[in-house]
Design a protein around this ligand. Sequence first.
Ligand code: FAD
Length: 356
Amino acid sequence: MQDFDYVIIGGGCAGLSLAYSLEVNHKLRGKSLAIIEPREKYERDKSWSFWKTFEHGFDDCVKKSWTQFEIKTEKGTKSHSSSRYPYQCIDSGLFYEKILNTLKKNTNISFFKHKKDIGKNSSIIFNSVSDKQENNGDLWQHFQGYEIEVERDIFDDKILTLMDFNCDQKDSVHFFYLLPFSPKTALIETTWISRMDDARELNYSDQIHDYIKDVLKIGEYKINYSEIGKIPMFNTKNIKGDNIIQIGTAGGMTRLSTGYTFTNIQKQSSYIQKNIQSMNKLNNFSIRKKYQHLDNIFLSVLSNNSSKMIEVFYRMFGCKTDTIIKFLSEESTFSEDLAVIRSMPKKIFLSALVGK
Ligand SMILES: Cc1cc2nc3c(=O)[nH]c(=O)nc-3n(C[C@H](O)[C@H](O)[C@H](O)COP(=O)(O)OP(=O)(O)OC[C@H]3O[C@@H](n4cnc5c(N)ncnc54)[C@H](O)[C@@H]3O)c2cc1C
């Protein structure tokens, strides 16, 4: 059985991003790489969105960029505009195609369906697959989205709705997310932050149809694409070993308070390719401690005060646009962190801090 210098378990966002980064930075010269991925075919299955705060190298896979976004609550709408940090949406279909076309040109890169198909004795292994998670009361961000098409121009495609809280919360946190790709097409997602133990939250399809009919006042539409997912708001458990480096969501690249992962995956890939010669001795790339600490406090508040979360988000988005974008993208300065912390309702955050 063939051994490889490097093995990547899971050819999803993190596995392919790492392989691509190694390849285009010439770190695979004279090295062999195996990618283990069970899926039969690659097709669009996710829309990765984020504020572009750094060069990620995938501008040709961006479906749409926006400079304006809104948060809607019963109290009113917070509108934001930033041309410095546009919000981008990457089409995963284009992303997979771009990367696979590049990787297939290198005959030292091989693809396998199962771990058992290769030897791994002397390999450095990059793992992006988490162990199956029992439902033991952890918080998840779970959602489904439809990309719909209408006949008339309905959507204002200059402004995306990051969160519309004008919907039934059912003792959890619930909002709609709307990415208008053109006046006639938009991705509309129903998103919950909860323990996934209330079956009423899981009829996503009905929720989206009701929102389209009752809130957007759209009668006739065609569904062109659907995506569904759940993102852990906790650190996952993974296979362990001396020569195993965890990447992607399995490697702690998900910002636990928001679910944003794509930009951290790109930063982690860049870090690994730069340090590939000494990866065995170095610490893995991780989200900075201050954000981990603040996210733990935030999650503690969320666990105990779900009914107050609309107020928390409304206040947070009262901060200056670039401050809030930098904070959510882990690029904020100390004074910007303070501005966000000061915007929070003091009493519940203090009790979460004391309770820690
Ligand atoms: C629908 C959806 C939308 C998202 N939208 C955003 C967003 O807008 N912005 C953002 O920042 N983040 C988003 N995320 C979160 C995160 O960016 C993605 O989950 C991202 O795909 C994580 O990359 P990953 O490589 O860790 O996991 P994945 O991309 O899921 O890759 C894991 C791979 O491992 C493979 N695999 C599974 N089992 C095995 C096995 N036993 N052996 C080998 N391989 C295996 C899977 O087929 C998959 O290809 C979204 C997540 C989902 C699910």
